[in-house]
Design a protein. Structure first.
Length: 222
């Protein structure tokens, strides 16, 4: 099966929406729905139909008037564009509450990701079994990340994030997802994406306020 990378020229915003389209299409396929329209896909993904059509046009896909999009074909095309036609190995560093929750999340295996290693600096954590995987000391990271395709996840406190980032980079990991507060520095050849709960909530608050501009916000005075 092809493992083609996403073609150049697809906007980042479009790439960010492709997983939502894939989630919807996967659900449709499971229910035996053979085709869908941009209106149906948009409603399920929470965007406008014109946005769906524009996003899919970047993939070279256009719906057939009166028929729409073939669900299975479109899902396969998005899988290929996202590079999910193979399983991606993932290592998680930091086995606190967040790291354990991420390790136990069953949805990863259904979306093209396979956890191959869990790591922590704390000797008390090393040797524990989380989601059927034994937590290893950070010194063993290079042995697991020897495959350059490994994706790294940082689930540590902020004060450890840079040290962990450096260890991942030294082990050959070039794609990192950071859940820790702050933005660790990485070399130019390393891609680091950040998941910031406060930022996401601020964005939600912004959109909620725009939807309801007449809302009165009372300042709580103690």
């Amino acid at each position: 099966m092809s493992t083609a990378l996403p073609r150049r020229g697809i906007p980042d915003a479009t790439v960010a929406r492709l997983p939502d389209y894939l989630r919807v299409l996967t659900g449709m396929a499971a229910r035996g729905i053979p085709s869908t329209s941009s209106q149906q896909l948009a409603a399920a993904a929470g965007v406008r139909p014109a946005k769906v059509r524009k996003d899919l046009s970047h993939l070279g896909t256009h719906g057939v008037r009166g028929v729409g999009y073939d669900v299975d074909h479109l899902a396969l095309q998005i899988v290929t564009e996202l590079g999910l036609a193979r399983d991606w190995p993932v290592v998680i560093v930091g086995m606190g509450n967040l790291g354990r929750a991420l390790a136990a999340y069953g949805g990863l295996s259904h979306r093209g990701f396979r956890i191959v290693g869990l790591f922590d600096h704390d000797p008390a954590m090393v040797g524990q079994v989380v989601a059927d995987i034994e937590v290893a000391d950070m010194s063993r990271l290079p042995l697991v990340a020897v495959d350059g395709d490994v994706l790294g996840v940082i689930a540590t406190p902020a004060e450890s994030a840079q040290e962990v980032t450096d260890a991942l980079v030294a082990a050959g990991v070039t794609s990192i997802l950071n859940f820790a507060p702050g933005s660790p520095a990485v070399p130019p050849h390393v891609e680091l994406r950040k998941v910031d709960l406060a930022t996401e909530l601020q964005i939600l608050a912004f959109h909620k306020q725009r939807r309801d501009p007449a809302a009165k916000w009372a300042k709580v005075v103690s």
